[in-house]
Design a protein around this ligand. Structure first.
Ligand code: GTR
Length: 357
């Protein structure tokens, strides 16, 4: 069966129609994108505070001779002030920036651990390609625990006004990190990326779909409630994810347990919402819990938006991808590598190449 046939059977909400049935054109795509973001805010990830935010960084420590004297490592405490709500919150971020004259590409990376280097963050491979990386440890922003949003930034905002999920909070911290990074004046605004793996791949996608300053959005092994189409999905489903991790979504999303067909959206729309910026999904053949084929469907469908906008589409074949295949020649990319659920060096190398580094 072709992928288009598989997709047709799922009866997915179309990307290129407004909720009221109007056609989407290149001209009105920005409005459709806003509509899509509103749908995800209401039905899945919850409402995030919009600021305006003032972000300053306090330098905590610095190493000027890291990685054979090639890299400057700085640890900052970021102090964020939401000037509309009068909320203040601080969290640490570590920056690794390679030396050299011109402005550097930057990855804002949200990670599972605080230490650097880390098995998910091969600093030297990244900095040797000329890019900097700013890493946030997600538990510093809000604990990954079923704590009724009582940790980190959670309790600082009223839930009746902001029903943001932990994914929303982690995504927000990536945007605040970018606020600060841009204030340093040393990163190349045309090459700013967000990136994360698994639950933090979902986070990177939600962050990058919303925040247009991220010109590249990398989504590693994100699967359910990330970049995988939910309808017809194998492996993890809404019932599993919302039972095990009720704080990763808002309350509304839980109503769709076993009722995926009733959702006025599916995750392909969120991948599409990155357009006209670049988006790329990494998957792994053995990651059946995430379901690489349902992930592929999202990119396959989002490719239509790039065609509509006159940007270079990917050459995605109308069939399931094979192990080791990589489609990186267009404005949207995808790969399915060998092996299991992991953020590997191979994934990083694909993302660096997609950014032409
Ligand atoms: C799993 C979860 C997945 C995925 C993964 C991870 O337990 O079911 O959705 O996000 O965790 O983050 O490693």
């Amino acid at each position: 069966m072709t992928i288009s046939e598989e997709i047709r059977r799922l009866n997915l909400p179309p990307i290129l129609k407004f909720a009221d049935g109007r056609d989407v054109t290149a001209e009105n795509w920005p409005q459709r994108r806003e509509e899509i973001l509103g749908i995800f805010e209401e039905h899945e990830y919850g409402r995030t505070p919009r600021g305006p935010f003032e972000v300053t960084g306090e330098l905590v420590s610095k190493r000027e001779d890291d990685y054979a004297n090639k890299v400057l490592t700085e640890r900052y405490t970021l102090n964020v002030c939401d000037t509309a709500e009068n909320v203040k919150f601080s969290f640490p971020v570590v920056f690794h920036t390679p030396y050299g004259g011109r402005k550097k590409p930057l990855f804002v990376f949200i990670n599972f651990r605080a230490q650097t280097p880390d098995e998910y963050m091969p600093v030297e491979e990244i900095t040797d390609r000329g890019a900097a990386v700013a890493m946030i440890y997600y538990n510093d922003v809000a604990q990954d625990a079923n704590d009724d949003f009582k940790s980190g930034v959670g309790p600082l905002y009223p839930r009746d006004k902001y029903d943001w999920s932990k994914i929303g909070m982690w995504a927000w911290s990536m945007s605040r990190t970018l606020d600060f990074a841009l204030s340093l004046g040393r990163y190349d605004e045309r090459k700013i990326a967000c990136v994360g793996h698994s639950r933090l791949g979902k986070t990177s996608l939600w962050c990058g779909a919303q925040d247009e300053r991220f010109k590249y959005v990398f989504v590693n092994d994100s699967g359910c409630s990330g970049d995988a189409v939910t309808r017809g999905k194998t492996g993890e489903r809404i019932v599993h994810i919302t039972n095990a991790f009720p704080v990763w979504s808002n309350e509304k999303y839980k109503e769709y347990r076993g009722r995926e067909e009733e959702m006025p959206f599916d995750q392909h729309m969120l991948v599409a919402a990155v357009a006209p910026r670049y988006v790329y999904g990494g998957t792994a053949v053995l990651d059946t819990w995430a379901d690489p084929y349902s992930q592929y469907m999202s990119y396959y469908l989002a490719n239509d938006v790039y065609r509509l906008l006159g940007m270079k589409p990917a050459d995605f074949p109308d069939r399931r991808p094979e192990t080791g295949e990589r489609f990186s020649g267009g404005s949207i990319g995808f790969h399915m590598r060998h092996g299991a659920h992991f953020f590997s060096r191979e994934d990083w190398q694909c993302y660096l190449s997609f950014m032409e580094l």
